[in-house]
Ligand binder design. Structure first.
Ligand code: ZN
Length: 272
């Protein structure tokens, strides 16, 4: 099965890829902090416009990252992510939306799907879980932003079901990559999260672990995402989890928790 690997690009940027996607020549990548032009606290390859970083730096960083993997940064489609379970079907008309201006990004959306070649889907993360999906049979792709809310609302599962209703995707054909994000080693949540989790997951107790603090638990977002995909027939062997924690590795990736909310974002991008 596939693996998650780190690559060193020709412009000094480090980025991650999934070997099971690369084997199908699907261009994609997960950016890291290295090789960009942003100043602290966004140093250096912040690719998100909705931070307090200057837009010019972000656009340059997007060019550096995208060029490294052979994607046109001016064609990327992005979303105004709000921890919802809303999924947008991206068509030719959306090409370039949010590529250089946040106002143009698709509003109120946390997952993008398309069957149109040449339209890169890109979402932004600092600890939340990036889920990339490829259906090699119907030739469709998806990108998902799953924080705890999205994970509990099963946005990754809903995205594949949306690919099914829009494009005829079968879950058993899908290949999935779960990219660097906060791991069960570091992600501590309170009762609010646990109560929501209990409503949606029968096996909620397998997804959490006690901490030494009262009313605080470790929550395994990776397992919760894998579980909801297997629930609809995605094959365990087709899901590759990077198992790289962004809080443990905040020198390499941005971490919202580790850096008290003042930081940049990594990007996950994929194109047919
Ligand atoms: Zn960790």
């Amino acid at each position: 099965m596939g693996r998650f690997i780190l690559n060193y690009g020709n412009r000094g940027q480090w980025y991650g890829t999934f070997t099971h996607f690369s084997a199908l020549s699907i261009k994609h990548g997960i950016s890291s902090r290295f090789g960009g032009v942003s100043k602290p606290p966004f140093h250096s390859l912040n690719v998100a416009l909705h931070t307090d970083d200057c837009d010019e730096s972000v656009v340059i960083n997007r060019q550096i990252f995208c060029q490294g993997i052979g994607i046109h940064s001016e064609h990327i489609v992005t979303a105004q992510q709000l921890h919802t379970d809303h999924i947008a079907v991206v068509t030719q008309d959306e090409k370039g939306r949010g590529a250089s201006r946040y106002e143009d990004a698709i509003p109120n959306t946390d997952a993008l799907i398309t069957n149109v070649p040449g339209i890169p889907l890109m979402l932004f993360f600092a600890d939340c879980v990036p889920v990339l999906i490829v259906d090699p049979v119907q030739r469709t792709i998806g990108a998902v932003h799953a924080g705890w809310r999205g994970t509990v609302e099963k946005i990754a599962q809903k995205t594949i079901l949306s690919m099914q209703s829009n494009f005829g995707t079968k879950p058993e054909d899908c290949l999935v990559g779960i990219a660097p994000s906060i791991g069960p080693c570091c992600y501590v949540v309170n009762e609010t999260v646990i109560n929501e989790l209990k409503k949606k997951f029968n096996n909620w107790n397998e997804l959490i672990k006690e901490t030494h603090e009262k009313d605080k638990w470790y929550f395994d977002l990776w397992k919760a995402n894998v579980h909801q995909l297997e629930e609809i027939g995605v094959k365990a062997n087709n899901v590759v989890t990077s198992r790289v924690c962004t809080a443990c590795n905040h020198e390499l990736f941005f971490s919202y928790r580790k850096e008290n909310g003042v930081t940049g974002r990594i990007g996950a991008v994929i194109v047919l």
